[in-house]
Each structure stands twice: as C-alpha cells, then as structure tokens.
Ligand binder design. Structure first.
Ligand code: NAD
Length: 289
C-alpha cells in the first residue's frame, strides 16, 4: 500500500497493547479504524481515547475464536465504512500449561488455538475477499518470536502456525497476482497486558492443573520482561512502516541470533536446542536470586 490515509484498518485485540498501538499509529497516518475485542469496557475506553485524538473509529465486541462473530465483524465494517484495506489479526492469549505438552488439558489447547490460530483463520476467511475487491490491501498477522524458535509450549505451537499460515497466504496471494500484501509480526517483549491473559479466558469449568514452584517463578520473570518491554506504540509505528514498505517478516527486537540458531539446528541435523534471547543473561541472574 502506498498510503494509509482514509484507508480502513481493522484491528482485532485492538482494545489493549500491540493492537491499540497499531490503531494509534494508523490513526496518526489518517486511517479510519475498526477495533474488535472481547473486552467491552477496555474497547469503549480505547475508542474514546482514539476519538479524543481526532480519529474516526468504530468499536465492535467480537470473539475471534467464533467464526460467525468474525463474519459479523466484516459486515459491521462494510456497514460502517463501505470497505476494508488493512486487516490486523492480532488478538491473542498467552495460555499454556506447566509440565509436558502431553499433560496439558484439552480445554487449554482449545482456548489458545481457538484464539491465536483459528482467530487468524476466521479473519482471513471473512476479510481477504473484501481486501481483494479493493485496489489495494494488506494483512498483518501477529505471531511472536515464539513462532520462530523451538519449543514454547501450546503458545509456541499456535505462533508457529501463524507464521506458516502467513507464509502460505503470501504465496497464495502472489500466485493470484493481487495487490494485497502480507506481514507477519514477530514481537519480542512488549509492554502490554499479555501476562494477564487469564482475564480473557472463557468462563467454563476447567480441569485442575497443579502449578509447580519453578513454573510460578518463570511466570514472574516473564512478567518482569514484559513490564520492561518495548512501547506498543513504537511497535505500531514499525508495523505502519512495514505495511507501506510491503515487508513480510517484521521483528521488533534484534534477536536474529535466535532465528539463525534454529535454522542451523535444522540444517546441521542437531537437536532443537535453539538459542536464548540475547537478554538471557538477565534471566539466569534472576533465576539464581
Ligand atoms: N506483549 C508481548 O511481549 C508479545 C510478544 C509476542 C507476541 N505477542 C502477541 O501480540 C498480540 C497482542 O497481545 P498483547 O501483547 O498486546 O496483549 P494484550 O493482552 O494487551 O492484548 C490482547 C488483546 O486481545 C484481546 N483478546 C483476547 N482474546 C480475544 C478473543 N477471543 N477475541 C477478541 N479479542 C481477544 C484482549 O482483550 C486484549 O485486548 C497477541 O497475539 C500476542 O500473542 C505479544
């Protein structure tokens, strides 16, 4: 895309964190916005904040794990603005379970894959046909560095799938010679509410899970990194830039060594050990404390 001015940008998970940061960045470039989120109060607040800054914005409550709800979001977008140009499949949850993958409760798999993976599928199914009708368009799927490194539990599985889906989407759109671009956003630590993802958990009876002390300690360490993470608005500005530049892989942190280590493990027939983030020294210091 050459410009975001007067274009319509749809952002799922737009009430908080990276989604809100992208919405602010797009608004600063003159885009009109649709924010979708499961959290009504946070959504209302985000819409009011953007309006106060002069943006044209509509907010819709939408659970991205529900295909019908996302189809309805597409209708609401067309009713509100008559089109859609940028789709950010960004809503996500940092669910997971301590212990081995084989021990994780099925409802945890359902929740995390329902939001992080199927939410993106639903977004593509409902919005890509609309983008294809425009003269221009761009899809941004939020994955994670967890989608480029080995491991990282159910969350990592969901994010690897988002990277794979984005690469497949790029190839499919290229094969059709369309003007719709694709980016996959792979953030490192960003200062958001992702560590409080339990607030977005569906209210259903859950299988009991025992949390060992080391998993609890790891959770606190991750929270600390997120608290000191990158400003979401900075990530939003980077995404806006990459849409205009039509850049596919978008990394927010200089963590190329992690990607390289995974590729080298594969090419050299090594076990999937990978490499820690460059700030991992701080991790071990914190673990020793
Ligand atoms: N913060 C980080 O360090 C980080 C790193 C890598 C990737 N990510 C990814 O960034 C994306 C945004 O997360 P964030 O860090 O801004 O966290 P956040 O919790 O601040 O924002 C996530 C938003 O998604 C919404 N949401 C959750 N479930 C939903 C559902 N079923 N339907 C619609 N909306 C839903 C939440 O209400 C919230 O507003 C996620 O996909 C996350 O996995 C974050």
């Amino acid at each position: 895309m050459k410009t975001l001015r007067d274009r319509v940008a749809v952002v799922t998970g737009g009430a908080s964190g990276i989604g809100l940061g992208m919405a602010q960045a797009f608004a600063a470039q003159g885009a009109r916005l649709v924010l979708a989120d499961v959290e009504k109060a946070a959504l209302d607040e985000a819409v009011a904040g953007l309006e106060a800054e002069g943006a044209t914005v509509k907010g819709f409550v939408c659970d991205v794990s529900d295909a019908a709800a996302v189809a309805r979001l597409a209708e609401q977008t067309l009713e509100a603005f008559g089109g859609a140009h940028v789709l950010c499949n960004n809503a996500g949850v940092a669910g997971g379970s301590p212990g081995g993958l084989w021990e994780a409760p099925l409802d945890e798999w359902d929740w995390v894959l329902g939001v992080n993976l199927m939410g993106v599928v639903h977004g593509l199914r409902s919005f890509v046909p609309i983008l294809l009708q425009q003269e221009e368009g761009h899809v941004v799927n939020t994955a994670s560095m967890a989608g480029l490194m080995p491991g990282a539990g159910i969350y990592g599985v969901s994010k690897h799938a988002v990277v794979a889906m984005s690469e497949g989407l790029w190839r499919d759109l290229r094969a059709r010679e369309t003007k719709v671009g694709v980016s996959v956003l792979c953030p490192g630590w960003v200062r958001t509410r992702i560590a409080e993802s339990d607030r977005n958990r569906p209210e259903a009876p859950r299988e009991p899970v025992e949390v060992p002390p080391e998993a609890e300690m790891m959770r606190k360490i991750v929270e600390g990194f997120i608290e000191r993470g990158k400003d979401p608005r900075e990530v939003g500005d980077l995404v806006a830039h990459c849409i205009l530049e039509d850049r596919f892989y978008v990394l927010t942190h200089p963590w190329e060594s992690m990607v390289r280590a995974r590729m080298e493990d594969i090419l050299e027939g090594r076990d999937p050990v990978g490499a820690p983030p460059p700030d991992a020294g701080e991790w071990s210091e914190m673990l020793e404390r």
